[in-house]
Design a protein around this ligand. Structure first.
Ligand code: ZN
Length: 507
């Protein structure tokens, strides 16, 4: 509700006073890695299930923010209209700048449908926050602005966000409410969706009058550092929760930021929403921003990162000391094609390793062309061809354990036995395994392996660490400051100055 104070006081019932609140639901999400060469196009958002509208849209992500929102909004008797919206692009986090065409196409259709189906008492936007669109500096805030133009000042606009969102004060200039997941891995998406629904209904009824304060903090961190399972990240999350607990109706968003989107609002940010108490909102935002700034050095020192060769050496030690299973997580591989760990596993003759995975559509196509089948010998170069950061192709000699067909005569995945009880998984795309069960689901008997070489920064902690599975966890980085590096000052930003952000400001 963007209202002058006087009209705020008189607003006690929803626009459709006679009936239940009518709420439009839409989504627009991407975590854009602007340093990738391939743009994210309109076509990337179009696949079976996307775009979706009506009940199909409302049923996407039942365990996510959308599911939480829909569940609670309906508990309050709201009538929901699923506005045609795209899902995450099929490229996932493997594509760069979203084209202006894609943004205008999908938001244009949303706005038209919003007009056609209105009026609405509220609009829910399921967002991510790290979308980067050519020519639009703050795409989520811009969407909120366009929605506001349609629904007018009385309607309540609420968004849910991923904490990797690059956000500042702009979204809340056009929207009333924002709720970001607090944990990384992101355990609480459903909860934040539930909150968004409940607070939107209260705001529609005039029982909650959002007052905001926003503080940005000049800290820019690679996502590998941002695990909220350890200090100081866990301490900051706890402090947000404490503020929410001690003051009724206070909501805090802690955006850690996503540094691989070269956008002007990248960097850490706290948003605080209170029930009409702007001074309290400012107190809380200042406290959190100042606390984060005091802890800035620990944010980076809490997670050691090892060069690949040293890490593989440490794996050997861990195995000698019975500290298995071991996770070797290559945090920096953004294409999935990198071979640094595979090369070192072979060089140091490590045993019982599953390499999960190397993206290599070339090798998969070659296997298909050759009519390869299970039990055949395998002798090929794999990976290391997408770009410099992927390293060099590595020769692997072994036996084909399994091939999965794509139903059209092609091969969509392969497993190769090699060395001393090792397994190489080949995939057509970057695969980020978040738990051992998913590797098992893909056909691997995980009990045969002591070392899990995966490609993930933090999300793997969900299933390999936070549940006690792995006894040893090593994060590794390749030799160069490639894209995906923690050395953000080695990247060519155009829309923000890395030298203005800690820790690069102190170099
Ligand atoms: Zn995230």
């Amino acid at each position: 509700m963007k209202l002058p104070l006087l009209s705020l006081l008189s607003l006690t019932v929803c626009a459709s006073a006679a009936g239940p609140p009518r709420i439009a639901v839409m989504q627009l999400r991407h975590e854009t890695v602007t340093f990738l060469p391939n743009e994210t196009t309109r076509e990337d958002f179009i696949y079976p299930g996307s775009p979706a509208k009506g009940e199909a849209l409302l049923k996407t992500q039942p365990k996510g923010d959308m599911g939480g929102f829909v569940k609670v909004a309906r508990e309050y008797g709201a009538v929901l209209a699923g506005i045609e919206s795209p899902g995450m692009p099929e490229t996932g986090i493997g594509s760069g700048w979203v084209t202006r065409d894609a943004y205008e196409h999908f938001t244009g259709r949303m706005i038209e449908e919003l007009k056609a189906q209105g009026p609405f008492d509220g609009v829910y936007l399921a967002l991510h926050g790290a979308m980067a669109v050519r020519g639009i500096a703050r795409p989520e805030a811009e969407l909120a602005r366009r929605v506001r133009e349609v629904v007018g000042p009385k309607a309540v606009i609420a968004g849910t966000f991923d904490p990797h969102g690059n956000e500042d004060a702009e979204f809340l200039k056009h929207a009333d409410l924002a709720f970001a997941y607090k944990y990384y891995p992101h355990y609480d998406a459903h909860l934040q969706g539930e909150r968004a629904a409940r607070m939107m209904i209260r705001a529609i009824r005039g029982d909650y009058r959002p007052a905001h304060a926003v503080r940005t903090v000049p800290i820019l961190s690679a996502t590998v550092y941002q695990w909220t399972g350890q200090h100081p990240w866990s301490t900051l999350v706890q402090r947000c929760l404490t503020w929410e607990a001690r003051e009724p109706d206070v909501y805090v968003n802690f955006f850690y930021s996503f540094p691989w989107a070269d956008v002007p609002d990248a960097g850490m940010c706290f948003q605080v929403i209170t029930n009409g108490d702007a001074a309290l909102a400012k107190t809380v935002a200042d406290d959190l921003a100042d606390t984060a700034w005091r802890m800035r050095a620990e944010m980076f020192s809490a997670t050691p990162i090892h060069p690949v060769a040293e890490a593989v050496g440490q794996v050997k030690k861990a195995l000698e000391q019975s500290r298995a299973p071991v996770v070797l997580a290559d945090y920096s591989d953004r294409s999935g094609n990198a071979t640094w760990v595979l090369r070192e596993v072979i060089a140091q003759d490590l045993a019982k390793v599953v390499i999960a995975t190397i993206k290599d559509d070339r090798a998969l196509n070659a296997l298909a062309r050759a009519g390869a089948k299970q039990g055949d010998s395998f002798d090929m170069d794999v990976g290391g061809y997408v770009d410099e950061s992927a390293g060099q192709p590595v020769r692997v000699k072994g036996v084909i354990e399994h091939l999965s067909g794509d139903g059209k005569g092609g091969v969509k995945a392969a497993r190769i036995r090699f060395g001393r009880g090792n397994l190489l998984m080949l995939s057509p795309q970057l695969v980020q395994y978040m738990d051992p069960q998913s590797i098992r689901k893909d056909g691997v008997d995980i009990t045969q392996f002591e070392v899990f070489a995966i490609k993930s920064r933090v999300h793997f902690r969900r299933g390999f660490d936070d549940n006690g599975f792995a006894k040893t966890i090593l994060l590794v980085e390749p030799p160069g400051p490639f894209m995906g590096t923690v050395h953000l000052d080695a990247l060519r930003y155009e829309n923000l100055r890395v030298s203005e952000f800690y820790p690069f400001s102190e170099k």
